[in-house]
Design a binder for this molecule. Sequence first.
Ligand code: MN
Length: 236
Amino acid sequence: MKPITRRKFVEDSIKATAAASLFAPFALNASPSEMAAPYLFTQVALPYAFNALEPNIDAMTMEIHYTKHHAAYIKNVNEEIAAGKFFYENEKDFFTNASKLSAKAKNNGGGAWNHNFFWQIMKPSGGGAPSGKISDAINGAFGSFDKFKEELTKAALGRFGSGWAWLVTHEGKLKIGSTANQDNPMMDSSEFKGTPLLGIDVWEHAYYLKYQNKRNEYVASWWNTVNWDEVAKKLS
Ligand code: MN
């Protein structure tokens, strides 16, 4: 689709409506696709208080992470969309066309989505082992829950520099992998592909205040925050 600015889009829509009312007063309704606005990212409300994941994630890290880092990704990607650099109707479209986006849009769009996802797959008093369908799927794919935990931990510790480690479902199978920076497995540009079920942010901003260079201790504690009900929902 041809790039279109939000303002131009609104102006064109008004003109089209005005023209239609002059010449076809009984056929004013544009089809939904003609009236679609560009997709903008929204920051989800944090489902718990900043200190709710203590002692695993400290309150100050949560507050800075949510109000500064995540808020900036949202603002920056929306700025790029509003500048009319591209037009996508939903997040799926946005990420499957990631290779066509500007670096600013791709990096910040990834950051916007990844953190919305991340807040939801954690909860106070989370962790433990899952049960039901997600447990069966994990055991089937990795042999046991302990083996799965070991592999995802390895992916998180093995990611050099900033990035994410993921559990995804891809072509009917559960897989573990990692992405650099704010890339995610839904991006067409990502080597590791799939639909995220669980993910861990291993950027230093996610743990440095409490854990400094000890990413291994952060990852070990993070397991106590996993919201398995939410992960199970994403599988169905
Ligand atoms: Mn982060």
